[in-house]
Design a protein. Structure first.
Length: 259
């Protein structure tokens, strides 16, 4: 028996990367998982793997999100878990990024969480409670250069997580955030391809891994395991929290002492 038997989950951005890792971890614990994301072969393949519905839509479009949760309600009659994993990370500073690009990052990374929660909270309340897990980032706490919109959105995700946790504790709804470090995902590999500097993609990712005290980048399974824990009964007293899955990245400072 799994810890999440008979529970129903919606995972945004579940076709690839951290979303897929989270969906797999929830399914392994017995949850029935609906994937919500942009239409395409990746979404269909992931849903087929998990034997759950593929709901195509844009997480930043209110009508698409409403339709997703209406479909889940019709199909299952309950909702227990939402994982907000959909995100984009274009490069740019506040000077170089245009307004449309900034707005799109905020819509996908932040507004989408408002939209999913707007529809999820009433369904969870009706069922006596639930768990929402927002995928933030270590870059919501400390950041690199040239990703101003992304880090602003992820910092806001952490603040929104706290607000949601306080507002809906009375409804039996727990809300937590996960802050991954460098995780081997399509997003990370895109970033590596933009920063090759004579190296291969794998060499760049391996070098980034050395920045983490554990000595490697993380896997989608590393994050998915944390998501499944926060969604499950073992985290019954956890809400409003920020949980790092970063290989120790934020635990260290830049001072290097001699051997």
């Amino acid at each position: 028996m799994g810890r999440l038997d008979h529970q129903v989950a919606v995972v945004t951005g579940g076709a690839t990367g951290i979303g897929l890792g989270s969906a797999r971890a929830l399914a392994a614990e017995g949850a029935r998982v609906a994937l919500f994301g942009l239409p395409g072969e990746a979404l269909d393949a992931a849903a087929a793997e998990l034997a759950g519905p593929a709901i195509a839509g844009d997480v930043a479009v209110a009508a698409d999100v409403a339709a997703c949760f209406a479909q889940v309600d019709r199909a299952f009659g309950r909702l227990d878990i939402v994982v907000n994993s959909a995100a984009i990370q274009p490069y740019g500073t506040v000077e170089t990024m245009d307004e449309a690009g900034w707005d799109r990052v905020m819509a996908v990374n932040l507004k989408s969480i408002y939209l999913t929660a707007h529809h999820a909270v009433p369904l969870m309340r009706r069922g006596g409670g639930g768990a929402i897990v927002n995928i933030a980032s270590v870059q919501g706490i400390a950041c690199q250069t040239n990703v101003a919109a992304y880090v602003a959105s992820k910092g806001a995700v952490l603040a929104l997580t706290r607000a949601m946790a306080l507002d809906h504790a009375k409804d039996g709804i727990r809300v937590n955030a996960v802050c991954p470090g460098s995780i081997d995902t399509p997003m990370l590999r895109f970033a590596a391809s933009e920063n090759l500097d004579g190296k291969t993609e794998d060499e760049v990712i391996a070098a980034w891994g050395k920045a983490h005290p554990i000595g490697r980048v993380g896997s989608i399974e590393d994050v998915g395991n944390m998501v499944a824990f926060l969604a499950g009964p073992g985290a019954a007293f956890c809400t409003g929290g920020e949980y790092k899955v970063d290989g120790g990245l934020l635990a260290k400072i830049g001072v290097v002492l001699p051997d």
